[in-house]
Design a protein around this ligand. Sequence first.
Ligand code: ADP
Length: 352
Amino acid sequence: MPKNSGNSRPSAYLAPAMTDSEPLLSTLDALPEAGRIRSRKVSGGVATIIADASGLGAGERKALEANLKSAAALVPGIREVRVGLTASEPNRKLVAVASGKGGVGKSTLAANLAIAIARTGKKVGLIDADVYGPSQTKLLGTDERPTAEDKRLNPVHAHGIRFLSLGQLVSPGHALAWRGPMASGALAQLVEADWGDAEILVVDLPPGTGDVQLSLAQKSRPDGAVIVSTPQALSLIDATRAIDLFGKVSVPVIGLVENMSGYVCPHCGERSDPFGSGGAEEAAEAMGIPFLGRIPLDQSVREASDAGTPPAATGGPQSEAFAAIARKVLAALETAPASKHSPLEEIVDASG
Ligand code: ADP
């Protein structure tokens, strides 16, 4: 039986002594930013404050840090203030848009899919990782260059989404001479940019099955891949290779989109099928993957894309085709197995 385990009590109740921290606590509690403070303590005249900066942009994070520092520095007895900011990343989903070959409309689909998802109310980012021909600045109609803060890129805003493109990292008109590790490194920089509260990132991959696709699959573990093909047999054979690659690296294939499907002559109204018809739906069925829908070959899609006004953003006749695909992609993401992007507490800034 241990000693003093019984009922012995101090003869008189002693109020706890005022601690060093109390003036700091009451000062911080009175701040408008109090709700973001996760811990605060004082030791030997050094105040250490940890605050949650989730969802704040770079400027707002700086302001939060500055306000906490200046308020704490005024507390008597404090000679140094250290502020650490944490951010819990949103449970962000990553969707890769891929194709077996170039020119099938993969970038067009990626841009319009991102915008159509954003129009459902989601916060969406688009990454243009097409190292052979980054075209999202043209498709989205802006040459604005991203800024960087603490070596992290700040995406550019257009048509209700935010985006970053490999094309923004080189001077206009200069070819990207990046392949292999350099392209993969640049892609990582885009994925790790300051996407703020974006819930979904759509990645426009280069065509084919090369290093960039592999590096994205392995490092960023996409939650799903959307494959774009024309109805043409040749394009479908290449699409099959892309599907096979995602299977090998355990990235779920959300489904196949048939682009440039059926052409209605703007003059006589007659419908023709320059790239064949129904091929992608049959191929999807044969491979046991969902068919997500078809986008017609339509001159207005090409014209709107060239003009930097994506059809999904304008509510024109083709926007419903993109919206229908967006709904299927969202439904697939919702029912996907629990993401490996578990909320991650990460120190994004600490100063002292
Ligand atoms: P990829 O990314 O596969 O190389 P793009 O998205 O750059 O292909 O499209 C190639 C060209 O085809 C572009 O000029 C684009 O405007 C055009 N295009 C894409 N989809 C359609 C469509 N459904 N109807 C008409 N033109 C299209």
